[in-house]
Design a protein around this ligand. Structure first.
Ligand code: C2E
Ligand code: MG
Ligand code: MG
Ligand code: MG
Length: 287
């Protein structure tokens, strides 16, 4: 009897695995088609100067609305796109689209684009960035490329060269989600970053106890000491914003200040910000 049950369990398990595998393959195929058909879109989340509250730019975030599943998180479809080898196409599209949208904004606003490791392979990122700037007319100094430490997994010397080439176009480079993962502090010396984006988890925990606050303050100070600008990610409360301002982060970003929004909402948002002006912006940030 035990043997039978065991067998039954095994079969059930096997069938589940097949179903799971089928779903995964279907998901990947639908993603491939959505990318090929241009069915992804971008949302833009604003970031602000921490000291005066002025709008400084937007981060482009990929969005996919699946016909049955609804909005799928990029945390799910970006790794899938990497896996099935279409992240190059997706990444090129994101760079082109984000640059052409940003080219319409006032000159002082930048756009930040997330780039993943396979885009760096063979240095394709360098020509993608060059093409996006040329096509859109966006000046290089208004584009920021965000990379995570994943990028440094192998061939660090080549990565440094690609980064230098990107920077020679005036584009700046941010280290995203800093402080999570396995990052060695040596990365900060080895790679030519312009900005540290301090992971949301530090902002979230900083108010919980003195030790966590100390870690957050120290990361912000470290960035400053290395001549990098810093962004605090994931600011959700007024208390967190005050702390971010107190520790001297350069920029802040988070749901308190602005959620990712579709392209159509950008023009009114930007107009409204400049009507407030930096002074009032600071007031409304402290309110
Ligand atoms: P990320 O680059 O660190 O982007 C920040 C993520 O945090 C976004 O999630 C954003 O919506 C979310 N966020 C911003 N403020 C807050 C806040 O106050 N509270 C909370 N709880 N969340 C906040 P999203 O759009 O789901 O993107 C997740 C990740 O997917 C991104 O993390 C990035 O790593 C990746 N991703 C998104 N778009 C792209 C893309 O075009 N290319 C690549 N390679 N990766 C992308
Ligand atoms: Mg990012
Ligand atoms: Mg981030
Ligand atoms: Mg993140």
């Amino acid at each position: 009897k035990a043997k039978e049950a065991g067998k039954g369990t095994y079969l059930l398990y096997d069938t589940d695995m097949d179903a799971h595998k089928r779903d995964e393959i279907q998901f990947e195929e639908e993603l491939r088609q959505a990318i090929a058909r241009g069915q992804l879109s971008l949302a833009f989340q604003p970031f602000f100067s921490a000291d005066d509250g002025a709008l400084a730019g937007f981060e482009a975030l990929a969005r996919w609305k699946h016909p049955d599943l609804g909005n799928v998180s990029p945390s799910r479809f970006i790794p899938a796109a990497e896996k099935i080898g279409v992240i190059g196409d997706l990444g090129t599209w994101v760079l082109n689209e984000a640059s052409s949208v940003a080219a319409e904004w006032p000159d002082h606003l930048s756009v930040a684009v997330n780039v993943s490791m396979p885009q760096f392979r063979d240095g394709r990122i360098v020509s993608s960035v060059r093409d996006a700037l040329a096509m859109s007319g966006l000046p290089g100094n208004r584009l920021e490329v965000e990379i995570t430490e994943q990028v440094f997994a192998d061939r660090p010397q080549e990565i440094v060269l690609y980064m230098e080439e990107i920077k020679s176009m005036g584009v700046s480079i941010s280290l995203d989600d800093f402080g999570t993962g396995y990052s060695s502090l040596l990365y900060l010396l080895k790679f030519p970053f312009d900005k540290l984006k301090i992971d949301r988890s530090f902002v979230t925990t900083a108010l919980e106890n003195e030790a966590a606050r100390g870690v957050f303050e120290t990361i912000a100070a470290l960035g400053g000491r290395l001549g990098l600008t810093t962004t605090a990610e994931g600011v959700e409360t007024g208390e967190q914003l005050e702390l971010v301002q107190a520790v001297g982060c350069t920029y802040c970003q988070g749901f308190l200040l602005g959620r990712p929004m579709p392209v159509l909402e950008l023009a009114p948002f930007i107009l409204n910000q400049s009507a407030c002006g930096a002074e009032n912006g600071a007031e409304s940030m402290r309110a």
